[in-house]
Design a protein around this ligand. Sequence first.
Ligand SMILES: Nc1ncnc2c1ncn2[C@@H]1O[C@H](COP(=O)(O)OP(=O)(O)OP(=O)(O)O)[C@@H](O)[C@H]1O
Length: 440
Amino acid sequence: MTTDDGDEPLVCAEGLATHYTTADGILDRLLGRGETVRAVDGVDLELHAGETVGLVGESGCGKTTLGRTLVGLLEPAAGSVTYRGTDLTACSRGALRELRSEIQYVFQDPLSSLNPQLTVAESIGEALAVHDVVPPARRDERVWELLETVGLQADYATRYPHELSGGQRQRIGIARALAVEPEVLICDEPVSALDGSVQAGILNLLADLQDQFGLSYLLITHDLSVVEHLADRVAVMYLGRFVETGTTAEVFATPSHPYTEALLSAIPEPDPRWDGDRVVLEGAAPSPTDIPPGCPFHTRCPRVLPPAASDLGDDEFRAVMALRTRLSDADADAGLAALLPRGDDHTADPAALRDAYDIPRQLSDPDADDALADALEAAADGNLEATRTRLASAFETPCETTEPVLTPGSASHPIACHRFDDRFTGDTDAAESGTRSTDK
Ligand SMILES: Nc1ncnc2c1ncn2[C@@H]1O[C@H](COP(=O)(O)OP(=O)(O)OP(=O)(O)O)[C@@H](O)[C@H]1O
């Protein structure tokens, strides 16, 4: 995600990918056993001086992995991270050490990131010593200053983490990050482990520190209301990729990717400006070891595009897609048997599958209905492969064949969705203006 203000970004990631392997142990790795977890899968991001970018998405979409890669805790599999134009993935160890102090990480759970054996002064002092920020004789004084900066009195210096509340521990985590005088903080769910009123205190502290020191934040959170209050820009992440980015005002006023719509509509007290329908996503996100082809969101997308040649309505096509997704599961055989109970005559009724997936008994497009009827007959005969093939040939969507790219709907609000691509909608105006081509 980029801005068009012409400023050189502080942090810039290009084509960034970070993978894990599920292989256990060296032998598995040598033998190539295990699968690749594509946790971050090609992300471009710019963070400018003094701004806050909110990174949002469901659990497991890759937010923490991206944050840790930016700060150098994880090695990227591809792409680059630059800080003030210097490539962090290609510079010497010494230079890297210097530069890395400019980007600090604030962890979600300060209890696990603070050493329980160290007092607050020792924890913060350790950060001061590692980066040689102040002479040893000045360290205590600097610790007291940092405590004051994060709203704690100097006598907290002698306490241990277990003697502090959650909010106080988070303040120490922030003081520790500030000790090395960074320009950028990656704040990973900084308040999600805290109670409501304590959360507000930490969020206000982050806002005050930004004003005071001109800090830039990457704010990782699954809580969109936090982002709405603090972030200048937002990146919405799904299965390791950005699906929509833009200024916070744009993304909240006109959320355009169906995934963003679903996330926004799930905020407990919907934004007063949000006038769309509640969008409920079915099922969990697919595994990043097996990212669906085309648009990674198509298996859950409430607005998946029907094939160009069909006259199907969105809802009926979505229902057929839900059935196709279920039948592509590894355990689809067992699922089919459960959904197609056999009667006394040992035959199964294909209509039971339509009912189970809210597919109308008669689709609005007669050709599509014939194809579906054939496929369901094959399912009733227990022929899963024939069912899949028939459904795939009649109901293939561009969303499963073509990967959408994050292209400008408007220059500052790009969206990776075929609904904004006139090749698939025939709606040139929608593609150019970035407005939705169908009603909410
Ligand atoms: N060390 C690891 N080894 C293998 N897979 C991992 C590892 N760490 C994370 N993953 C996987 O990578 C994907 C992205 O995880 P990540 O923690 O970055 O997501 P997240 O959006 O930050 O989620 P959460 O909000 O739950 O922290 C997930 O599928 C996760 O299971």
